[in-house]
Write a protein that binds this ligand. Structure first.
Ligand SMILES: [Zn+2]
Length: 294
């Protein structure tokens, strides 16, 4: 799907084996940015390289033109195909410094944040060539057409980044902006709210390119961010209402809270418990919405 003259959105469907006979259908987006060379933002899961390469060929270009992979963060569905693509193209890889350890050592990530099917989702570790920091500009090639500004947008993960491409009004947000009604995944509830609010203040967004849902254009892009902030606050209130005694029975508390925010029973898993635990850490705050200095 071509989103702008130089941007192509790729939707990758994949399955997460959660039990011997049960698999969860998921999807994730990656994005191709065409200039003199090709920049790839996130890579999907292991095996997605075939779809990415086919897509590039279908537009008359060559996968060998991929010069740079930017990883919005280290989670399996973003880094999964990085190793195969890097080996095939010899491209450079860039991400925030706080994601380095889990990108360069996926076994460490699997130990510290196990997700079902990790080994099938991730094709292996890769080394970072560049560390990206907040405020930095990335110029993929000399035309400067694909120039992007880096925003450190933590919350979903410590080193999550978003990228704003001024020339196209395109905001690549990775997993930084939760989708109302979907499984919420974050390590830091307050930082999540602050990150979404910070992106919401950007002017000139013409298309929101999230990893979690199809591209959203115009005013709808801003509406998604407003809804995300409301969703984060709604989750926080549900956590406070269901937290009960301290410490709560984690899975029972997760089940009750999930029900309160309208998530289906199959959404109750350790990753969701981890999200709600992030809210418990700031349970002294009734609201996540007040402004804080960063
Ligand atoms: Zn993620």
């Amino acid at each position: 799907m071509q989103m702008a003259p130089s941007i192509h959105a790729l939707r990758h469907s994949f399955r997460v084996p959660i039990a011997p006979s049960i698999a969860l259908d998921r999807f994730v987006y990656s994005y191709l940015v065409y200039g003199e060379t090709i920049t790839l933002i996130d890579t999907g899961v292991a095996g997605c390289e075939a779809q990415i390469f086919d897509s590039i060929r279908s537009t008359g270009r060559n996968p060998s033109e991929i010069a740079l992979i930017i990883l919005t963060h280290s989670h399996p569905d973003h880094i999964g195909a990085s190793r195969a693509i890097q080996q095939a193209t010899k491209c450079s890889i860039a991400a925030h410094s706080l994601e380095r350890a889990w990108i360069e050592d996926v076994e460490l990530q699997n130990r510290e944040r196990p997700v079902p099917g990790f080994a099938t989702l991730v094709g292996g570790s890769v080394q970072l060539d560049h560390e990206l920091e907040d405020g930095e500009s990335i110029e993929p090639d000399e035309t400067r057409a694909g120039e992007m500004q880096v925003f450190h947008t933590p919350g979903h993960s410590p080193g999550s980044i978003s990228l704003f491409m001024h020339s196209e009004g395109a905001l690549f947000s990775g997993d930084a902006i939760p989708v109302t009604g979907d499984l919420p995944v974050y390590d830091d509830a307050l930082a999540s709210v602050q990150s979404v609010k910070r992106l919401r203040r950007l002017t000139g967004i013409r298309v929101l390119l999230s990893a979690w849902e199809e591209p959203r254009k115009g005013e709808e892009a801003y509406r998604r961010m407003d809804q995300a902030v409301e969703y984060l606050q709604m989750i926080h209130e549900a956590v406070l209402a269901n937290a009960g005694t301290d410490p709560p029975d984690l899975m029972e508390f997760t089940r009750k809270t999930a029900k309160a925010i309208g998530l289906p029973p199959q959404a109750v898993n350790p990753l969701l418990a981890r999200t709600f635990t992030a809210n418990l850490r700031v349970r002294d705050r009734k609201s996540l919405l007040a402004d804080f200095t960063r």
